[in-house]
Design a protein around this ligand. Sequence first.
Ligand code: SAM
Length: 354
Amino acid sequence: MPRITPDEDLPEFRVNWERETIARAQEHWTPERTAQLADGKALLLPPASNAPLLRALGLLHRDGSMPPKQVRKFWQVCHMVTLLSAQLRDVFANGKASQEPIRIVDVGCGRSYLTVVLAWMAKHQWHVPVQVLGIDRNPDVIEECYRRVRLLQLDDCVRFMHSTVEEFAPAQAWALHYSAAATDSSGDATTAAPHVVPTAAAQAVVPTIHAVIALHACDTATCDALALAVRVDAQLIAVAPCCQAELARGWAALAERAEVGAFAAIWHTPHLRRETGADITDAMRAVLLRSAGYNVSAIEFVPSEHTRKNTLIRAVRNPDTTPEQQRAHRAEYDNLVAATGGIGIALAKSLGPA
Ligand SMILES: C[S@@+](CC[C@H](N)C(=O)[O-])C[C@H]1O[C@@H](n2cnc3c(N)ncnc32)[C@H](O)[C@@H]1O
């Protein structure tokens, strides 16, 4: 027998859903519970006043409560957005000057937590026009992502695309998802991957992409996101790397060949190889981004009890960087590679010489 599910596309369903969600959250989130969640920190998204967002993202249960696993995701996203707010304000100022919507790509968007929170904040708190595009290599998440933005009525400013970051082509993607043809006659966004075929002229226009972000995109996808961001000359880049094992794999090969070097004790120890490899990879990413003309910081964005993958690499394009400075940073990268065994990261090749 076919399963009968509520028709979430009906406005009536949405209104009732929103009303019930808010009522349950307001009942659950007493000042004491809210203070306990905040634990002395400022809450970017107090659950009682952001209940539809948090419920649509699956961060609140039906009864309004937030289970411990969801608390971790909640804090990851909140801290990341908070730590980007000053930089985002600069991006918004540029967009306002050029009268353009702010275009943001979320690489490896998964179930769209960060993607949707950014769009929600832009619409309801920052009051800035945005076009957010979440891309993911997993086609199974896309339909769920669209369901979330339809429920939240964010489908005018958030789209999703099944694509690997390596294959992602910004001009085609924007023509497909944000051209006039990608909205239906009522002005609403098409709700799943659009069927329209953009014209060749539309596909040739490379839009300004203001920011590229990635939260825990797997393995080398973080570096691919960085390469994309530099290629499109994004003003702001923010990535929280996941589990890139590229360097550790290279070091394992050195250990197998019994190579000698200052880092040999690390090459030979799988645990240290992974842990040290992750930190050195982040250092290499930072210095490579500097060599590409960005001001870069690598900071802890969330306490390690929420996730051990808690480094945020934040980079802001610096138009005043001189070619000499860029070359000096590239030399710094080369020195770091040499000092740690001669294995670098593929990002260096993707970015080309400074
Ligand atoms: C750990 S999940 C994180 C998802 C989401 N950003 C979040 O924080 O909840 C990593 C996501 O990256 C996607 N991914 C991994 N490699 C990718 C690639 N090369 N191109 C696009 N997406 C990729 C995976 O399919 C997965 O959904």
